[in-house]
Design a protein around this ligand. Structure first.
Ligand code: GLC
Ligand code: CA
Length: 573
């Protein structure tokens, strides 16, 4: 097989922005496009070269903009279409690229298409969404199947007006588009994709990309006997027409030479992933798989206790995503630990105790910068921001995923205090809310997120640790987490072939303390050693003729032990 020429997105370092929480320029407590514009030089200074902006489209915000009312219009509190065009221009001026979120598995129930679809059974857009008649069991009306939604409850919503159910894999306010209808697909390409490609965007992060083809919609097997609704992710993901839909979509993207990274939940089978990301398949450039970030989840995400995983399982998950490059030379992979759907990586994978958090942030930076694939960094991760504390009240959780779960536990347990305490503990560890608090810019009112004279408070409570963890302070401190990210990203670029494209080999999969791996590219080899404990660990460097310490995350020399949460990279010969 011939290896295709290198594309820019393989070597890209992508910084993800969550508009509501990045920077508020006008003091209404909500981040906005002009806020992003004002920090482009900061973003550029980190050493990233591409920006991914989460949905900034007009939306009723039931799921923070993943419920889109109008693809062709910016959400007014974020700004105007002119602001967006200026932002795209300014990003390009700095030599960076810009990627938007493409959310086309579903729309908002307020989208004009759905309003029409819902209005009558013979409306021309009726079939643009997925409508089904009720089933009746013992005379009782029940939904067409037993599928559990991604935010709890049934995936079906009864609509009184036309006496049918519609499908929504997420909230009821997010009806699923019917991809089986070719007119719907053409409308999606035109409104959601071409509209923004024409305005200069360089690609898309494609939301829930593997859910467009839903399969036969039969009942899911009973895995939670206590519930009416059953996990069906393996049924509604990766359905039979996925390849066809993505190839068709790719024809549009190719015309603009636009990149794609698809979000690919419920797909642990790497052979299935390869079908999406091998270049010859012409479907997606790369995907986000969930192997690593699902670590420690329970059967229903939050049904677990904090850090309920072992280091070997974490390493195996990373090895699995790294293995794509070896399986097919024309495939590509991604490296990420955080995004707007994940709690903070220091809190999940190292330690957010005050004496360890900086070391933990640097260790994860070192590990990520040595892994192959396109690297994604989420706002605040470069500062070592951590989860908000346990003492914060449930009212600080704003995300529908968190609040629905807490409600479900309350109902199911009849408000049992122990069950509720366990649910809150789990949310403190895993909730999406932790990534959505305002960015800590400065030791200033509202952590510098909103202007000091603002009268409205930020939409989510700012962290209390901004005095010791903020962007302005870290920008001038090379020993900070930000200082270390800058150093590591520069090293990644300096050794681009080895770190971005090299072959990954895990050396001690079963160790509960260390993550040791090598990267190999032609004659070059790097050894990466990461201490995932809060103790000193003796290390064994393989017998090689020459080793050169490239970097220690704690700035140590070539000693024979690793400090707590220390990582090192050696070049071997
Ligand atoms: C994706 C998004 C998430 C959203 C969901 C529904 O998983 O990343 O934030 O809730 O899709 O659109
Ligand atoms: Ca604002």
């Amino acid at each position: 097989m011939t290896i295709p020429p290198r594309k820019w997105w393989k070597d890209a370092i992508i910084y993800q922005i969550y508009p509501a929480s990045f920077k508020d320029s006008n003091g209404d407590g909500v981040g906005d496009l002009n806020g992003i514009l004002s920090e482009l030089d900061y973003i550029h200074s980190i050493g990233v070269n591409t920006i991914w902006i989460c949905p900034m489209y007009d939306s009723p915000q039931v799921d923070m903009g993943y419920d889109i009312r109008d693809y062709e219009k910016v959400y007014p509190p974020y700004g105007t279409n002119e602001d967006m065009e200026r932002l795209i221009g300014e990003i390009h001026k700095r030599g960076m690229r810009v990627v938007l979120d493409l959310v086309v598995n579903h729309t908002s129930d307020q989208h004009a298409w759905f309003r029409e679809s819902r209005s009558s059974k013979d409306n021309p857009k009726r079939d643009w969404y997925i409508w089904r008649p009720a089933r009746y069991v013992d005379g009782k009306r029940v939904p067409p199947n037993n599928w559990l939604g991604n935010f709890g409850g049934s995936v079906w919503q009864w609509d009184d007006l036309t006496q049918e159910y519609y499908l929504h894999l997420f909230c009821p306010e997010q009806p699923d588009l019917n991809w089986e209808n070719s007119a719907t697909r053409q409308a999606i390409y035109k409104s959601a994709m071409e509209f923004w490609l024409e305005r200069g965007v360089d690609g898309f992060r494609v939301d829930t990309v593997n859910m467009y083809s839903k399969g036969d919609m039969s009942d899911a097997p009973i895995t939670d006997p206590g519930s009416e609704w059953q996990f069906a992710g393996y049924q509604y993901c990766n359905g039979p027409r996925m390849a066809e839909f993505l190839r068709e979509m790719n024809e549009v993207l190719e015309r603009y030479d636009a990149m794609t990274v698809g979000e690919c939940p419920h797909t642990p089978d790497m052979e299935r992933v390869l079908q999406y990301v091998s270049a010859k398949a012409k479907q997606l450039n790369m995907v986000f798989q969930f192997d690593v970030v699902d670590i420690g989840h329970g059967p229903y995400k939050f049904q677990t206790t904090p850090k309920n995983y072992t280091l070997p399982s974490f390493k195996r998950a990373i090895a699995s995503t790294q293995s794509l490059l070896r399986r097919a030379p024309d495939a590509w992979t991604t490296v990420f630990l955080e995004n707007h759907d994940q709690a903070r990586s220091i809190s999940r994978f190292t330690s957010d105790a005050p004496q360890h958090r900086v070391a933990g942030g640097k260790l994860l930076s070192l590990m990520m910068c040595a892994l192959s694939g396109t690297l994604f960094l989420y706002q605040g991760q470069e500062l070592g921001m951590i989860n908000f504390p346990e003492r914060w009240d449930m009212s600080e959780y704003k995300d529908i995923d968190s609040t629905n779960y807490y409600k479900m536990v309350a109902e199911r347990s009849n408000n049992d205090p122990e069950a509720l305490a366990a649910a809150k503990k789990s949310l403190q560890h895993l909730a999406r809310d932790h990534a959505r608090v305002p960015m800590s810019w400065a030791d200033a009112p509202f952590n510098g997120f909103s202007p000091p004279e603002s009268t409205s408070t930020p939409w989510m409570r700012p962290l209390e640790d901004a005095a010791t963890c903020n962007a302005r302070q870290q920008a001038g401190d090379k020993d900070s987490v930000l200082g270390f990210w800058k150093k590591m990203l520069a090293l990644r670029r300096a050794h681009n072939d080895l770190f971005v494209h090299g072959e990954f080999d895990d050396l001690d999969v079963e160790s509960e303390e260390l993550f040791v791996f090598t990267k190999t590219w032609r004659g070059e080899k790097a050894l990466v050693m990461c201490n995932f404990t809060d103790k000193v660990v003796q290390m064994e460097v393989p017998d090689v003729s020459k080793r050169e310490l490239l970097v220690s995350s704690l700035g140590r020399g070539d000693e024979e032990n690793l400090e707590a949460w220390e990582g090192r990279v050696y070049l071997l010969a």
